[in-house]
Design a protein around this ligand. Structure first.
Ligand code: SF4
Length: 372
């Protein structure tokens, strides 16, 4: 029987593993990207390839060592390199002596037959259509539970009383959700997970900063690729809200565009009316939406050589001025170190705190003048 693997993006692997096994596949779970992954990826990818491509090259080589012979991945469209990933990976791996079978999912709303054909190829147990739909629904519910747990961890971490408590509980509850199989079990596990998270001792009077995270999808979703930046910010007393989760992205890109997706586009339109590929336009639109919601700052995560994020980076200083919101950009590659990133985040947090304090003083002074 063929052994299937897929790109690892955060905790979503738990869902994909369940779904692929449900359809009768033997699954090789991609390991969390590590230094070994990166070394392999950098060694065997073109020098100026995007950072996610390099990590995935390394991941695939690791899964091949573990016996994988089939890769399930996504395609892409629009003017950036995402659409070429699968083909390029196939070529790189073939040159290294691994003729992998690639199953590439394009956006179902543009390529519905590609979706049906691929699902059917992966349906090794020959489950009926109704069975496939119910399995996809169950996997979707698990993905939602995983995303909801992660979102709550972003709210709790900056308020936790005992440093590290959120991360410890979060890792535990991931296993609860992972072990849940039926929809009822998933709903129960999610409820227990959220409850456990809420029960973490917190200081609700603590003043926390709010920061929006924007950027390219892979480096947003895979913490190993952004050096656990969200956790670092949480430990600095910052509540983060990521602009993209896999459930949101899938909802926006699978069948029809959601109102949320359209709102982001509309917000970005005065600065960037064109689709430039990747998530460049979303980075602009989301910054404006976060600023309007009163966020204290933004962090942009961009893979080194990512054209859409480079374009967004050139526009963001204007958005920052117009909406009075500080923005910090990280270009991530194999050279990025955690210590340097933490130092920059500490300085950025300090800047936002001072700005907030100044604004507060100004408002109090204005109020006093008004009262007088
Ligand atoms: S969005 Fe950026 S990182 Fe992703 S494929 Fe396109 S250019 Fe590369």
């Amino acid at each position: 029987m063929s052994k299937v693997t897929f790109p690892r993006m955060g905790e979503s692997w738990r869902t994909f593993k369940m779904l692929l096994e449900d359809l009768g596949n033997e699954v090789v779970v991609p390991p969390r990207p590590s230094k070994k992954t990166l070394d392999l990826g950098v060694r065997h990818s073109p020098e100026f390839a995007c950072f996610p491509l390099k990590i995935l090259t390394g991941t695939y080589l690791e899964t091949i060592e573990m016996g994988a012979d089939t890769i399930v991945t996504s395609g892409g469209m629009g003017p950036c390199r995402a659409g070429e990933y699968a083909m390029l990976h196939h070529k790189i791996l073939k040159d290294l002596g691994h003729d992998m079978k690639m199953i590439v999912f394009e956006l179902p709303r543009y390529y519905p037959f590609n979706f049906i054909k691929n699902v059917w190829t992966l349906n090794k147990s020959r489950v009926c259509i109704r069975g496939i739909i119910s399995r996809i629904k169950r996997a979707w519910r698990k993905l939602q539970a995983l995303d909801n747990a992660e979102k709550l961890s972003h709210v709790v971490r900056p308020r936790e009383i005992n440093r590290g408590a959120t991360t410890r509980v979060y890792h535990k509850i991931l296993d609860w959700i992972d072990q849940a199989y039926t929809t009822e079990q998933i709903i129960e596990a999610e409820a227990a997970a959220l409850e456990a998270m809420r029960n973490i001792p917190q200081d609700h009077t603590r003043e926390v900063l709010k920061v929006g995270i924007i950027g390219e999808i892979y480096v947003l979703l895979e913490p190993a690729s952004n050096l656990e930046m969200e956790e670092t910010l949480g430990n600095l007393g910052v509540e983060v809200e990521r602009s993209m989760f896999l459930t949101g992205w899938t909802r926006d890109n699978t069948w029809t565009e959601t109102t949320q997706g359209m709102t982001v586009k509309e917000a970005a339109a005065p600065y960037l009316p064109e689709l430039i590929g990747g998530h460049g336009r979303d980075s602009i639109g989301n910054t404006i939406l976060f600023a309007k919601r009163g966020f204290d700052g933004m962090v942009q995560l961009a893979p080194f050589t990512c054209i859409p994020e480079i374009v967004a980076r050139t526009i963001l200083p204007r958005v920052s001025r117009d909406y009075d919101i500080p923005i910090l950009t990280f270009f991530l590659d194999e050279q990025t170190g955690k210590a340097g990133m933490s130092t920059r985040l500490e300085a950025f947090t300090e800047l936002m705190r001072r700005k907030k304090l100044l604004l507060k003083k100004k408002n109090v002074a204005q109020k006093n003048i008004y009262i007088a």
